[in-house]
Design a protein around this ligand. Structure first.
Ligand code: CTP
Ligand code: ZN
Length: 152
């Protein structure tokens, strides 16, 4: 992309989540706990033309590197995303997100009778499916609105 076409500034230090499917940047922001009350420096591009995806979303967060758990949840809603760690303007690390086969402790089960939603200290556990997740305790499947069930 030429200087002419650069839509969002480069960042000095932080993380660029690139190749998010068009329209899913708000989900990524929700996963990272970034809402209107944030004081972090965040740039968001939505429906930016992309060679690989046609259109993509991009999220840039200055001064923060993501946790493994955050990357796992991002992979569930943005399986084609790449995570770029930026240090002193250079791409210091680049990796594709990997879909885990299981996510533990990051989602809460919507079933009120599930053992993980009762008082007992049982961490939630979901098997990752093609297009959703399934509670390992009660088999409840969440297909849509995954970001409404994040507990991290
Ligand atoms: N980026 C940034 N600030 C920097 C360096 C890079 O915001 N100081 C962003 C770029 O705008 C791009 C992403 O980080 O969205 C990855 O940068 P780079 O690897 O240079 O771009 P590409 O080669 O296009 O990446 P890919 O091959 O993953 O598409
Ligand atoms: Zn359950």
């Amino acid at each position: 992309m030429s200087e002419h076409e650069l839509r969002i500034s480069k960042i000095r230090n932080g993380t660029v989540i690139d190749h998010i499917a068009g329209g899913h940047a708000p989900d990524v922001l929700a996963i990272l706990g970034i809402d209107s009350a944030t004081d972090e420096v965040v740039s968001v591009g939505m429906n930016v033309p992309s060679d690989r995806l046609g259109y993509k979303d991009v999220v840039k967060i200055e001064g923060r590197e993501l946790s493994q758990e955050e990357v796992e949840v991002i992979s569930l809603i943005a399986p084609a995303a790449s995570i770029n760690i930026i240090r002193e303007y250079d791409v210091a690390e680049k990796h594709r997100v990997e879909r885990p086969s299981m996510v533990e402790g990051v989602l809460s089960c919507p079933n009120r009778n599930c053992i993980t939603t009762e008082d007992e200290p049982v961490a939630s556990r979901f098997a990752v499916l093609e297009n959703g997740v399934r509670c390992a305790y009660c088999d409840t499947i969440i297909r849509e609105g995954l970001t409404d069930h994040i507990s991290v």
